[in-house]
Design a protein around this ligand. Sequence first.
Ligand SMILES: [Ca+2]
Ligand SMILES: [Ca+2]
Ligand SMILES: [Ca+2]
Ligand SMILES: [Ca+2]
Length: 489
Amino acid sequence: MRMAALRFWMAVLILSSGPVATLAQTCPQYAPSGGTIVTASGCGSASNPCPVGQPITLTIVPSSAPGQSCDTITWFFGDSTTATTNGNYSTAHTYAGANSSTYVSAKIQNSLGTNYAYNYYLTIANGFIILPTSAVTAVENSGAAHVQVQRSTSTGSVSVNYSTSNYSAIAGYRYVATSGTLTFSPGETIKTIDIPLIDNSVYDGDQAFNLNFSGLTNGYLLQGYSSSIAVTIKDDELPPSLAFSSNTYRASERDGSVTITVNRSGDLTRTVSVNYGDNVYSSGGTIPPLSGTLVFQSGETSKSFVIPITDNDFYDGDQTFQLSISNPSGGVLANGSYSLYASLTIADDEPRPVFSVSDISVVEGNSGTTSSNFVISMTGKMRNPTYFYLSGVSGTATSGVDYTLPPSSLTIAAGATSTTFPITIIGDTTVEPKRRPAVARFQSPAKPAAPAPSSTMIPVWDRRLKRWLSACGEPCFSASGHLRQCLRW
Ligand SMILES: [Ca+2]
Ligand SMILES: [Ca+2]
Ligand SMILES: [Ca+2]
Ligand SMILES: [Ca+2]
């Protein structure tokens, strides 16, 4: 066998150096096509890494032209080593260390050309250390945080170093700085790291520290991309909580001011602040625009602010305002939101004005006209002008025959309590029987700021008695502020 092979290679050498080209043309027949590099065992993925410290068979799979014995193949490995396998599309390589993503490439050359084959993402590891993938939490007063670490295989042993570092939680205040080496013995797949927690009696909120891993032995890798996890310490104290002392406040317009109190519950040790305001945006009203900040020092359970009240002498009705606290710092609002509201009602100390028309008595006369004035009065002032329309309503005294009314509207000015309007009596010599009175009607065309009298009746002239009869002795209000006639005869 050995002699036959030797003779064959000699024949090739002789023929390839001679003038007959038949065999010389067989190699190379093609320029290299390049291709991909695969592992013989199919290892190399993250779920099936190739072992560390053991030969791995790597083979070029040409993309089109087949491999040829005359191709020169130079291999380049991710660990910075190289190898050459002339005419051989396979090689074995041993990676000395674990790597989550290394590469191997091959340069393929012959006299017709050069091309390359690649595999960029080989995972080399004997196993993985698996850190918790879900959030790790521990309650502040539970003694310690427990972090469970696993590994992907139970063979052999592996160790990994761990140490804590601050994130929002500070070592020595919320937890005990901890470091060490975790060692899995053969057969062990789960180990637990305990980090002592420091309990206190103040509200700190939830805070976290990092647990960092490094120095894995025995060809192990950390699974995934992170070498640390966050451990969250859940506070067992309640946060400072702020709320109004009442959902509704009420004061009289004559009180001068009203004091609004905000209470704090939960943790009392820290300084907490909150903004407040009365949500009034224009001056000149019963209460002014007001805003500020309440600061609760340590131990303080309530703070107040004072809203001045402007007394006036007109009827403006009860007024309700919205109070708010918002943007708490160092604590929370009782509703868990950014803002919390209460209402403040300022009760008017002026009664709603009563509306009346004075009686007047006028002697008719036998001819011509006689003028007189009615006085329309209100028992108090209104914030806004009060408007009325005046119109005659047919009764026993007939408009235009017995009297005339001015066809105009009437106004009691803002702050005034009365106005007048004229009536003209037409004289004659007729003796007239008792008649039903005529009625004049008042109507408020628009509802003013506060409910206003909407209609009333005025006295009418009785020609038999020669005097004015009282009509309604009091104003007629309607709940809606719209016209309602008041007829009593
Ligand atoms: Ca505590
Ligand atoms: Ca605490
Ligand atoms: Ca008043
Ligand atoms: Ca008032």
